[in-house]
Design a protein around this ligand. Structure first.
Ligand SMILES: Cc1ncc(COP(=O)(O)O)c(C=O)c1O
Length: 356
């Protein structure tokens, strides 16, 4: 379906004034945003507007009851400087999975992808050209009805904004296996990309950083024994030549990088199993010398090799090099920039000529 997306475009882009290959992640924002309002049971008025602050009523329900969800993906430049998106349909699906869990309305998946494409087309000058850099895209939805009381909001906003990022070199990371706080319990919201999941993770993450770790490695809520995922990445282990990654099972985010890594590992001939992974198993493999590598997988860094897991009073260390992880990262980066054939059909080209 071709949507009528109204465009209000600024006369001049700030992209030319800024060295987009040299800005810190998360601090710079492009000139425009895609925005759409939900009222009277439907999404209305999809549009691209100059990015600016949005007046918010103090009783807006997202601020009090946390009906807020988000997504994250990147636009890169391919052959002939064509802007590319990586599996945006998967983000659209996951947003609606999150929306369903949080009592929020579904957003049309084709409009989600169309909104991304149109925003990227408008902001193409903001896509960094340096290797490993990208334009980070943040689609999100929140409840903006002014109301006091516990029920689903009847008004929502869906917005996409963009922020140039990188180059993000994935240095080896240290993870702290958390045995006091939890991120997700079965039946909770862990499988949704809900803002509240991140709010609850902030304090434990700060504590892990004070101990010298980069991110928390979350364990199951009942026994603190089974690995779930890291702060912003899923995790893979290689033990005796085979890969394992925690199964989704209700409390792990269905990472799009995770999905892609599973396909790439299998394509390269590795056995990959999705199943419960216990700290006992990791410790035993460490002690008997079969723990070969581990890496985190997420949009921000693509692949980050793990060099250490702090667990209780122990340090589980990994060989400095994670050769398979490195190879998977190189393959994925090459697919994302059309330097390698996209045999899985993951890449969506942004047509710069389309207008509704
Ligand atoms: C908690 C969590 N797990 C995993 C991921 C990785 O997901 P993806 O590969 O879709 O970025 C993310 C990032 O979105 C995350 O926030």
């Amino acid at each position: 379906m071709l949507y009528n997306i109204k465009e209000t475009i600024k006369h001049s882009s700030r992209a030319k004034e800024i060295d987009i290959n040299n800005i810190a992640m998360g601090l710079a924002f492009t000139d425009h945003m895609f925005i759409c309002d939900y009222e009277n049971g439907q999404w209305n008025n999809p549009r691209i507007e100059p990015l600016e602050t949005i007046p918010t009523h103090p009783a807006a329900m997202a601020l009090h009851y946390g009906q807020a969800i988000f997504e994250g993906l990147k636009a890169t430049l391919g052959k002939d400087q064509t802007p590319l998106l990586f599996r945006p349909d998967q983000n659209a699906k996951r947003l609606n999975f999150s929306a369903d869990r949080m009592g929020m309305p579904a957003f049309p998946e084709d409009l989600f992808v169309e909104g991304l494409k149109r925003l990227v087309a408008v902001e193409k000058d903001w896509i960094p050209t340096q290797d490993g850099s990208a334009l980070y895209l943040r689609p999100f939805m929140y409840a903006d009805e002014a109301f006091i009381g516990m029920r689903a909001s009847t008004k929502f906003k869906f917005i996409i904004f963009a922020s140039p990022s990188g180059p993000f070199f994935s240095k080896p990371i240290k993870l702290w296996a958390e045995t006091q706080y939890i991120r997700a319990a079965n039946g909770g919201t862990g499988e949704a990309k809900a803002a509240g999941n991140y709010a609850a993770a902030i304090r434990p993450t700060e504590m892990a950083k004070q101990k010298g770790y980069d991110q928390v490695l979350w364990l199951d809520a009942r026994d603190f024994e089974y690995v779930q995922e890291c702060g912003t990445m899923n995790i893979f282990f290689k033990i005796a030549g085979k890969f394992i990654t925690p199964n989704l099972g209700g409390s792990v985010l269905n990472g799009i990088t995770r999905l892609s890594v599973i396909d790439l590992l299998r394509d390269k001939g590795f056995e990959v199993t999705e199943r419960p992974v216990s700290m006992k198993e990791i410790l035993a493999a460490f002690e008997n010398g079969t723990l070969e590598e581990a890496f985190g997988a997420g949009t921000a860094v693509s692949i980050a090799p793990v060099e250490e897991i702090g667990y209780k009073d122990m340090k589980i260390t990994f060989p400095a090099d994670a050769p398979v992880g490195k190879d998977i990262k190189a393959t994925m980066d090459a697919i994302k920039t059309q330097k390698r054939a996209d045999k899985f059909g993951w890449i969506v080209e942004v047509d710069l000529t389309v207008k509704a």
